[in-house]
Ligand binder design. Structure first.
Ligand code: F6R
Length: 616
């Protein structure tokens, strides 16, 4: 959601913060703000806040730059209150000596606000965050006997934390103190350790130009950062030991590397990402995979998969793979529902959660629910050190590197690859996957990065289709079997970044209702690659054409016959049906990208969306 950056050290804080915010802008971006301090006794804090993208804040700062060596910055994704200047963070106390930025939600803010207003506090915004400022201010006044001692601010933050409920990350600075105080209750915060400087952010990319040594805060941690050190305690003040992690990707990996958009760069990264996900996990015998999991495949009777958005569609592909290869019953459910439906799971149920960020609150809470009910848990994850990684029994990392584009691409294909590995692992471990099929799939996986590269290399033909249909207002996506989720993911990509209405159905479902929508104006994108159900798919395409619908077919190389049933054909390399979702999604990602580009959309920062959804 929101982006957070804090800095204390020898540099001009404003420069570090603006740079960091730019690297986090993908997290949420309807307004931005910054506050800078120099711990001068009696001074007021200087804050500048602007609605809109970071450029609006940058322009405001050009006229009156802020100077100081300690500061906080924030990009906001509105939850409480409209995205305007007043609601942007930081929020300052009435004497402008205390500043707070925050990500997440304070659930009991209304009752706290009533009490604070009754006590004489004046509010300048509609946000829940501002409650924190006034609350900390009260606790700060109550600790007046500590004067300018650093402990006074820490005690004030701790005191406020005992009164608030919710899932959040909170960062505080005060004009009288040369420290930043930060607290984590569910929303992510990571500290960057420098020489004579320390930083903090809601995500690693903001820190990478300055350091690769980071400390991930955990729920209930309170950190005090000064230029010379970082101290971590619990909210109660008891010391907590947090080891540093070295980040093995650099700042450049988190930047665009010559591409016009992160999304395009990430689409092009997929062959390498697939190598990272897959290679190194094949056993030498050509029949097995080596995953470092505690999980005993024979100790489970059932699998439930839960996730959100694109990760959920990856889970649906996983369902087919695990059922087919491991002969285990699988159910897939969106995490926002799973967590509330009192799911029936036990110690012989494997609950698989899937998440790029590892911070999606619905998925995290679904995991917690599954654990409470005694399920064994496994996460398919990208971000190391993320909240989910710390609470799950086993992790299968997808090694996709930082995904910055809001519309997920490389994480999706890497999640699919991880599910291929998991299904093979379960199938071999349970004795349900014969050698011949295992060998065929493993060989297919080895060839996959190259085939995905070939699918990407055909971008020009996808661009022609995008050009032809860019003005259409509605799209239908169809797929069968293991490619039902491919259709859903294709529709999601298109609507997310081009704002074209797109629906997806299992191809066989079309005749049960959606067929009523078919006319000349609605393109139907149909996954018609080689499969057991190919002939049935072709019959369904004829039904579309009989109603003057326009068919854009996704077909396997060598399938010339498909041309008789389609207006446009996008060819992809022919692969094993069970591997095909990984190749098939590529032209659909490109179709969304090329269409959005032609419609002048902000591809990397589509409206209303945020990269990491840490509110319910
Ligand atoms: C779509 C997209 C979202 C995410 C969803 C889950 O392009 O990115 O639908 O897939 O918000 O996010 P993670 O995987 O971080 O849990």
């Amino acid at each position: 959601m929101c982006g957070i950056v804090g800095y204390v050290g020898g540099r001009e804080a404003a420069e570090v913060i603006l740079d960091g915010l730019a690297r986090l802008e993908y997290r949420g971006y309807d307004s931005a703000g910054i506050v800078v301090a120099d711990a001068a006794p009696g001074a007021r804090l200087d804050a500048v806040k602007r609605a809109g993208k970071l450029d609006a804040l940058r322009s405001a700062l050009q006229g009156s730059p802020l100077s100081g060596h300690l500061g906080l910055g924030h990009t906001r994704w509105a939850t409480h209150g409209r995205p305007n200047d007043a609601n942007a963070h930081p929020h300052l106390s009435e004497d402008a000596r205390l500043a707070v930025i925050h990500n997440g939600i304070i659930e009991n803010y209304l009752e706290l606000k009533d009490r604070l207003q009754a006590g004489g506090h004046h509010f300048a915004s509609e946000t829940d965050t501002e409650v924190l400022v006034h609350l900390i201010e009260d606790h700060y006044q109550a600790a007046a006997e500590l004067g300018r001692a650093r402990e006074r601010l820490v005690r004030a933050v701790r005191g406020a934390l005992t009164e608030v409920r919710g899932a959040f990350a909170l960062v505080v600075a005060h004009a009288d103190h040369d420290v930043i105080v930060a607290a984590r209750a569910t929303s992510p915060l990571v500290i960057g350790l420098g020489e004579g400087e320390n930083l903090l952010a809601s995500d690693v990319p903001a820190l990478l130009p300055y350091t690769r040594e980071v400390v991930f805060l955990e729920d209930g941690d309170l950190a005090v950062l000064s230029r010379d050190g970082v101290e971590v305690t619990g909210f109660d003040g008891a010391p907590r030991r947090r080891d540093a992690t070295t980040i093995d990707w650099d700042a450049e990996a988190a930047e665009k590397g010559g591409f016009d958009h992160y999304m395009l760069k990430e689409i092009y990264e997929q062959p390498v990402v697939l190598q990272n996900t897959l290679f190194g996990r094949f056993a030498g015998n050509g029949l097995d995979v080596r995953l470092e999991l505690e999980l005993d495949p024979r100790a489970i009777d059932r699998v439930v998969v839960t996730a959100a958005g694109t990760a959920f569609y990856a889970g649906q592909v996983g369902e087919v793979l695990i059922e087919r290869l491991a002969r285990l019953p699988v159910e897939v459910e969106v995490a926002s529902e799973f967590r509330y439906r009192r799911p029936v799971v036990d110690e012989r149920t494997l609950c698989v959660v899937v998440s790029q960020s590892g911070e999606t609150i619905d998925t995290l809470e679904a995991l917690r629910e599954a654990r409470r009910r005694g399920a064994r848990t496994l996460a398919i994850l990208n971000v190391k050190g993320s909240s989910i990684s710390r609470e799950v029994d086993d992790v299968l990392y997808i090694h996709a590197g930082p995904e910055i584009g809001v519309a997920s691409t490389k994480a999706y294909t890497a999640m699919l690859a991880a599910f291929e590995l998991l299904a093979l692992y379960l199938g071999r471990g349970r004795g349900t996957l014969p050698d011949a099929l295992a060998a065929e799939l493993l060989q297919g996986l080895r060839e996959l990065p190259q085939q995905v590269q070939e699918a990407i290399d055909r971008r020009a033909s996808v661009a022609e289709v995008a050009e032809r249909f860019k003005e259409r207002r509605d799209y239908l996506f169809l797929g069968r079997g293991v490619n039902v989720p491919t259709a859903f993911e294709g529709a999601l990509k298109l609507k997310e970044i081009s704002y074209i209405h797109a629906e997806a159905y299992a191809t066989g479902e079309m005749k049960h209702g959606p067929i009523a929508l078919i006319d000349r104006s609605m393109p139907v994108v149909a996954v018609a690659t080689a499969s057991e159900l190919y002939d049935k798919t072709v019959s369904n395409l004829q039904e579309v054409r009989a109603r003057e619908g326009t068919v854009i077919a996704l077909a396997s190389d060598g399938d010339d016959g498909i041309r008789r049933h389609a207006d446009e054909v996008l060819y992809v390399p022919a692969v094993h049906e069970l591997l095909s979702p990984i190749v098939n999604v590529v032209p659909l990602q490109l179709l969304a990208y090329e269409t959005a580009l032609r419609l002048g959309r902000d591809v990397d920062r589509p409206r209303n969306l945020a990269k990491s959804v840490t509110v319910e």
